[in-house]
Ligand binder design. Structure first.
Ligand code: MN
Ligand code: MN
Length: 469
């Protein structure tokens, strides 16, 4: 019975999922953990995720959808959308008009974006203004090493890719905070107000330009370095997507190495495991589609987010490449016959803060992949809810295949809440449920996941595409 918690008092498990794992499977769990940790260290922006996963897909034989003129069952295709979202598909036995099996994850993560005009100087220091992206607790982002990543497009259209602070020899950036001795007023404030949004200014430099005639010599020196090393002017920073993210690599956590800590696991843990699962599909019963979307952390709005016609346009392309008439009626028919997993993380029960979750319904690290029937706030507002029938089909599938799973809920009733892309998929009149990895410290610079749950998510996604539903 793969849902262990149904059999046990949840506070004291006599039998854990780890007890059910064979030595061979344990080896696989740790091997996948190694691969994932390396991915997490290297893919710190949505663009880097796309590049990394396209390389993986190409190695596995996937081809650019734009170059296909016919599609057969078993064909492997990818479609890159504006360098920041990615679709991968394995063509299935059934025609697309009979529906497909979608898994949707997101590859954006909370971070500190540079403002369009970031550079300034103050008190002999050069700094950069930031505007945070996604939901963060601001106090977590000060006094840590930050790396600068991004893309600058110059006026002539040429592209400069930046990545500074990831390699051991490279400098990093940081945001300062008050010493405790002088923080009496700050410490009296509410945590949400202790660090202001406009106080998230990163240190960029501390040397003056040689030219004593210019007014702002510290800012000038930063501009000189940008020009000399990266061929960038201050105006170039306006047509840029630059962000600061934690500079550290993902690491094993704990003496027994059972956990992985790192930045951006929401939701790259589901994106990576789903991509690995898709790469192993041969000829699935229905076309297997993986959506890796951008902008989820800010509400999915924008031309790379799922609150758009992005998915419809992809299916139109897929229909056209497969020799079908690409019309929206067919896309609608396909989608309403489809089912989907919204592959996103959920909050794990934190031993330090167990009061925010209902213990009976909360997920644990090491409890397996989490099925979250609904998210939302204030009485399930702003969320879709999975149907009993679809959940039964998944239970059957997971139980048959030895996939350990648990249920989750995003917080106690009226504790707060949140959302995923599930409701945007449900919009198409298809069956969908959230299914992903539980995390501790979600949205922090160092989120924590269990290698066991990461592996179970991978197995769940693989079975969802390949199995009988
Ligand atoms: Mn997420
Ligand atoms: Mn999130």
């Amino acid at each position: 019975m793969p849902n262990i918690f149904l059999e046990n008092d949840q506070s004291r498990c006599t039998e854990t999922v780890w007890d059910k794992i064979s030595p061979e499977e344990k080896r696989l769990i740790f091997a996948l953990g190694e691969d994932y940790r390396a991915f997490l260290t290297r893919a710190k922006t949505e663009r880097q995720c796309v590049q990394h996963l396209v390389r993986l897909a190409e190695k596995a034989g996937f081809e650019d959808l734009a170059e296909k003129t016919a599609l057969e069952p078993g064909d492997l295709v990818y479609y890159i959308h504006r360098q920041k979202a990615l679709f991968l598909a394995v063509i299935g036995l059934a025609p697309l008009t009979e529906g497909c099996r979608l898994i949707g994850a997101h590859i954006d993560a909370p971070r500190l974006d540079l403002k369009p005009q970031p550079l300034y100087e103050d008190h002999l220091l050069a700094l950069a203004k930031t505007h945070y992206y996604g939901g963060i607790k601001k106090y977590q982002w000060v006094t840590i090493p930050l790396a600068l990543h991004g893309t600058v497009v110059k006026e002539d259209g040429s592209i400069v890719e930046l990545s500074i602070g990831e390699q051991p020899g490279e400098p990093v950036f940081t945001i300062s905070d008050l010493l405790p001795h002088l923080a009496r007023e700050q410490m009296e404030k509410k945590m949400s107000e202790g660090i202001g949004g406009e106080d998230l200014n990163a240190l960029l430099g501390s040397l003056p330009a040689a030219n004593r005639e210019v007014k702002k010599r510290f800012k000038e020196h930063v501009k000189e370095v940008l020009q000399e090393k990266y061929d960038l002017s201050e105006e170039d920073l306006i047509s840029a997507e630059l962000c600061l993210v934690p500079a550290w690599p993902a690491r094993d956590v704990g003496l027994d190495r059972g956990l992985i800590g790192g930045y951006g696991q929401d939701d790259r843990v589901c994106a990576y495991t789903a991509a690995r699962a898709l790469l192993e599909q041969t000829v699935p019963p229905q076309t297997a589609v993986l959506i890796l979307a951008d902008r989820e952390e800010t509400g999915s709005e924008g031309n790379t987010g799922l609150f758009s016609v992005l998915l419809e346009n992809f299916l139109l392309r897929l229909l056209a490449a497969g020799g079908h008439t690409p019309d929206l009626a067919t896309v609608r028919r396909c989608l309403s016959a489809s089912c989907a997993l919204s592959a996103d993380v959920n909050a794990a029960l934190d031993p330090n803060y167990e009061q925010v979750l209902d213990k009976l319904n909360a997920a644990r690290l090491g409890g397996g992949v989490v099925l979250t029937r609904y998210t939302g706030v204030r009485g399930k507002s702003g969320t879709s809810e999975a149907s009993a029938g679809f959940l039964a089909a998944l239970r059957r599938l997971f139980n048959q295949q030895g996939i350990y799973w648990q249920t989750g809920e995003l917080g106690r009733v009226d504790q707060g809440g949140g959302g995923t892309i599930a409701y945007l998929l449900a919009y198409y009149d298809l069956e969908v449920v959230d299914c992903g990895v539980p995390l501790l410290s979600m949205h922090s610079p160092f989120e924590v996941a269990s290698k066991l749950d990461i592996y179970m998510a991978y197995k769940a996604y693989r079975a969802f595409w390949a199995g009988e539903l």
